[in-house]
Design a protein around this ligand. Structure first.
Ligand code: ZN
Length: 479
């Protein structure tokens, strides 16, 4: 394995195996997670990693509350008979479910399962909560852990058996209102992805790849340096599929009983995995400023008799930054050399570093270092807040734009199956037939991630059957 300072991941296609080594190394060095828990696919969130996740959750929560969703917390266990009401849903999750069949020494009459997602926990209760149109729309969300028996090789944050999960569930009077909800979810996603610096494609999944039980699914995918797409969110239109299975009806204004129209919006700790993968470099992770647990780390470079004055000056800078709500700390460990402190700050992905030595103390200045570019700039103490805010904004924009450029550069058109041989996203013509779709997937060993949710003009033919009515479909390997 490469040495610490040689684990460079160039910001372009990288070998999958190498990426894996790099990824596992940087998340550990950043102290985000501990993978030594003795159950496969179940890791420990370490304090720094959990703060990061909580910062992401807080942003999500704010968006949800602002769009009239209310937070709930449903039980973890679901009775088997409730789980088995929607046929497609069961088929989709059956192989992944963890069961509780015994309590103490007694076999349970009705086995319980650990939620793999919460439709079957919530919807029997929605039937009780919803009586008339006055109870609609019902918009709730929760942030909980879900369990899925992942059979592929697990990976921290992105492919886990215990998953930190966000799920929003809504019920509406009409199909149009449910469609509007999906648009609102995508707007929230767009705002979030700006702050998380995760440019993405919103793709309407194929029939055979949609969420089990859904009418259709919009997958939100980000591109990893390996050229594989990682799904970071899923938004699902259920129409009345679940309402019919769970008998969720309301009385409309004319007194008529109708099924509610439902949607869901889900995200998970995968967001952390995407951030690590997309923005990391040879030194480790790079955290987007909006969600970084520490946005600025101050490093005193103390020598001899100036030590106390330097520490005092650092404290003054910290207080000033904190008064502007900028998350700041000081690495004031006494027996650690500045070089090691720089290194720690880098591998934790802290966006900005401020170095304070005797020159800065004397001149009332500070040296500001950006994590993503390593640019070093000297500023006056008086301009501290303006400059830090400016750098935060600039860094956020630059992380997003670099990743967006990488994404766009890696979308290539292909007219023939034989052209599809690299780790890129191929835009191909597809007639929409399942037969052609499956042939595309089998011969290229890739997945059709779908067609753009917003739609697009396309003039090519189906890459298999030559049908001229083809749509542009996106083909890629999945993470
Ligand atoms: Zn075709």
């Amino acid at each position: 394995m490469a040495e610490k300072n040689k684990t460079k991941i160039p910001y372009e296609k990288v070998d999958t195996q190498y990426y894996s080594q790099w990824y596992n190394k940087v998340i550990e060095e950043a102290d985000l997670t501990d993978k030594r828990y003795p159950v496969k696919g179940m890791n420990i969130w370490k304090p720094y990693g959990w703060k990061l996740m909580q910062n992401i959750d807080s942003r999500t929560r704010k968006h949800m509350v602002n769009t009239d969703h209310e937070e709930v917390k449903f039980p973890l266990l679901i009775p088997e008979d409730e789980f088995q009401k929607e046929a497609d849903h069961i088929k989709g999750f059956d192989d992944e479910v963890y069961w509780v069949t015994r309590a103490g020494r007694n076999e349970l009459d009705i086995p319980l399962l650990l939620r793999p997602t919460s439709e079957t926990a919530m919807y029997p209760v929605f039937d009780l909560w919803i009586r008339s149109h006055a109870d609609l729309p019902l918009k709730i969300f929760q942030m909980v852990n879900v369990f899925r028996y992942e059979t592929k090789q697990t990976r921290a944050f992105t492919r886990m058996r215990e998953i930190h999960f966000f799920e929003a569930h809504t019920c509406h009077e009409t199909g149009e209102e449910a469609e509007e909800q999906i648009k609102q979810d995508l707007e929230i996603m767009e705002k979030l992805s700006k702050k998380l610096c995760l440019p993405n494609l919103e793709l309407k999944r194929t029939e055979w790849d949609k969420f089990p039980g859904a009418e259709y699914t919009v997958g939100v995918d980000s591109l990893l340096p390996t050229g594989r797409l990682l799904q970071i969110a899923g938004i699902h239109q259920y129409k009345t599929n679940f309402a019919e299975a769970y008998d969720i009806m309301f009385e409309d204004i004319e007194g008529e009983h109708k099924y509610v129209h439902q949607t869901t919006y889900g995200m998970s700790a995968r967001l952390v995995g995407a951030i690590v993968g997309i923005h990391g470099d040879e030194k480790g992770v790079i955290l987007p400023p909006a969600i970084a647990p520490i946005q600025v780390r101050i490093i005193p470079i103390t020598y001899g008799d100036k030590q106390n004055d330097i520490l005092e000056y650092c404290q003054k800078i910290k207080e000033k930054l904190e008064s502007s709500d900028i998350r700041t700390d000081i690495d004031d460990r006494e027996d650690v050399r500045p070089g090691s402190k720089f290194y720690d700050s880098e591998r934790k992905g802290i966006p900005l570093r401020i170095d304070i030595g005797s020159n800065e103390l004397e001149d009332k200045t500070l040296t500001l270092v950006r994590r993503d570019t390593s640019d070093k700039k000297e500023y006056q103490f008086d301009e501290l807040i303006d400059k830090v805010k400016h750098e935060i904004k600039d860094m956020e924009q630059s992380l997003f734009e670099n990743a967006e450029e990488f994404l766009q550069e890696n979308i290539v058109d292909a007219d023939e199956i034989s052209e599809i041989d690299e780790n890129k996203i191929y835009r191909i013509g597809w007639c929409g037939n399942r037969g052609c779709g499956e042939e595309i997937e089998e011969t290229t060993d890739r997945h059709i991630l779908g067609t753009l949710y917003d739609g697009e003009q396309y003039n090519g033919e189906c890459i298999i059957c030559g049908n001229e009515e083809a749509e542009a479909a996106y083909l890629c390997k999945k993470e």
